[in-house]
Design a protein around this ligand. Structure first.
Ligand SMILES: Cc1cc2nc3c(=O)[nH]c(=O)nc-3n(C[C@H](O)[C@H](O)[C@H](O)COP(=O)(O)O)c2cc1C
Length: 204
């Protein structure tokens, strides 16, 4: 029903959902504070349980004093391409929450989920602006916690490499083959009326 970016959706969604994807070939150009903050602004408007807004964003622009430290937190397989990004953003979330009427902090069951929602908004806004945000779990969370001075009670969640699409032939050969928008499982394997269905029993 909607086609864009070599992808095809079965229902008439907005093309932005197909246009967002995660390339690894980046130009290495600089990104303005305004563009990066426009993406963060979109993330800020995500919904969260009790509107506690547990997300925090720690970022480094390319060619700044913080850049090498951020690149150095990534696993080698991510460094090889993310070193050409324009900005790196690390998302952390406050795992503690105060219930209404209480000053005691308890573990939030939704802080990661809430921050994941903000993360999705960030990536969609990047895509709307002609940038790409490629998410990464492949980085050293323990080192990030210490080296980025994250406060106790916060969880290091996720990282984004933000960049403009570059020349894929400059990537290592193994990554060149993966440099295209991916597809998705069919909805019938994901959505069930009334009862969960394991993959083997899902309706054909
Ligand atoms: C939680 C999470 C962790 C990811 N970690 C990495 C990573 O460490 N390195 C990488 O190259 N891509 C990583 N990705 C990107 C996914 O591989 C990519 O989003 C997925 O294949 C779907 O492709 P698309 O984003 O182009 O639609 C990650 C994505 C998510 C959401």
């Amino acid at each position: 029903m909607t086609t864009a970016n070599e992808r095809s959706a079965d229902y008439p969604i907005d093309p932005i959902f197909l246009e967002r994807w995660s390339p690894r070939a980046f130009t290495g150009e600089s990104i303005s504070e305004k563009d990066l903050f426009t993406m963060l602004e979109a993330a800020r408007w995500a919904a969260s349980s009790g509107n506690v807004q547990p997300w925090r964003f720690i970022y480094a622009h390319r060619n700044t004093a913080h850049w090498e430290k951020f690149v150095g937190l990534l696993v080698p397989g991510n460094q090889v391409w993310a070193k050409n990004a324009s900005a790196l953003v690390i998302l952390v979330s406050n795992s503690l929450v105060k219930r209404p009427g209480s000053d005691a902090e308890v573990l939030s069951p939704t802080h990661s989920f809430d921050t994941g929602t903000a993360s999705g908004y960030f990536a969609l806004q990047a895509s709307l602006m002609g940038w790409h945000a490629h998410g990464m779990a492949g980085f050293d969370r323990e080192r990030a916690f210490v080296e980025l001075n994250v406060s106790k009670g916060y969880t290091v969640e996720f990282a984004y490499a933000v960049g403009r699409l570059g020349d894929p032939t400059k990537l290592p050969v193994a990554l060149q083959a993966r440099e295209h928008p991916s597809t998705r499982l069919p909805l019938k394997e994901l959505a069930f009326e009334g009862l969960f269905q394991a993959a083997s029993t899902a309706k054909a």
